[in-house]
Design a protein around this ligand. Structure first.
Ligand code: SAM
Length: 275
């Protein structure tokens, strides 16, 4: 870069595995700023070592308090400061939201350098419809909270994208098979790395595969949107019958409509017949 950087906040995406994915502009900015705010100085230190320069690092992670933020804001009012996360695009399930908000409120220049984000890489690889997608961060770890999220988002006519960890994958796939029956899923693992893989299919089949081959590494978990066409494999009557054991016809129809995306009135009429 020939000219020096203006003061302000530079949000810089970094690779999610393959270091070759750093952009030329990211390298210039990380080299040219006064300091780089990062989640873990060891992780970002390694990236800098790979890039062949050493810029001052300032820790800014989930535990950062107001004092840390104030110091960074004061610095970026006078100098260029970069924000990175351990991997991928900062702020996407990573720290930075308050920093950006307050910088903007104070009239500090904020710019964002695009680069990898696991959610988008997973989405492009999955083969699931991508005209509409909804990124929803990490699925909750606790069973009830996870069910609530699946119930809430299950009716949205978009591919759902979650971040997941290997030890929790089986529970997540089982919950999807139970609460969103008939919906295809995609598991994208170790993206941009040596053992990158992406499996798309029924959650039951993917869970069976990973029961035999326990997954390692980082995971993006995606759920296909509810289908407009009736799913041949979907036994709507069985779903309605099971709900009718514990709910009134209207509630059973509403629940099955939410889970499958099918028309609630049609389901209600069928529930009345089955009752
Ligand atoms: N900000 C990051 C981004 O833009 O991708 C995401 C940070 S979030 C704390 C970390 C999660 O992202 C991991 O638990 C995993 O779900 C996902 N992730 C990150 N790198 C990945 C990779 N190489 N392959 C698959 N998933 C990845």
């Amino acid at each position: 870069m020939e000219h020096s950087l203006d003061p302000g906040l530079y949000i810089v995406a970094t690779p999610i595995g393959n270091l070759g994915d750093i952009t030329m502009r990211a390298v210039d900015v990380l080299r040219g700023v006064e300091a780089v705010a990062c989640e873990d100085t060891r992780v970002t230190g390694k990236l800098m070592h790979h890039l062949g320069f050493k810029t001052r690092l300032i820790r800014y992670d989930d535990h950062a308090g107001e004092g840390d933020r104030e110091r960074l804001l004061a610095l970026m009012a006078e100098h260029p400061v970069a924000l990175v996360s351990d991997a991928g695009t900062p702020l996407i399930s990573d720290p930075g939201y308050r920093l950006v908000r307050e910088a903007r409120e104070r009239g500090i220049a904020v710019t964002s350098l695009p680069g990898p984000s696991a959610a988008v890489v997973g989405m492009t690889l999955s083969g699931l419809p991508n005209d509409r997608f909804l990124f929803a961060g990490f699925l909750p770890n606790k069973a009830k909270a996870r069910e609530d999220v699946l119930a809430e988002l299950g009716a949205v006519r978009a591919t759902l994208i979650f971040y997941e960890t290997a030890p929790r994958l089986d529970a997540a796939l089982t919950a999807i098979a139970t609460h969103l029956p008939g919906r295809e899923v995609s598991v994208a693992r170790e993206l941009t790395k040596k053992f990158e893989e992406c499996r798309t299919g029924r959650p039951e089949d993917i869970a069976a595969h990973y029961a035999a081959h326990p997954p390692k590494g980082e995971i993006v978990l995606m759920i296909a949107p509810p289908s407009d066409a009736p799913d041949e494999a979907l036994d709507v009557d069985a779903l309605l019958r099971s709900e009718l054991e514990v709910s009134k016809a209207s509630q059973a129809a509403a629940k099955v409509a939410k889970a499958t995306g099918l028309d609630r009135k049609t389901l209600y009429a069928r529930a009345l017949e089955l009752r």
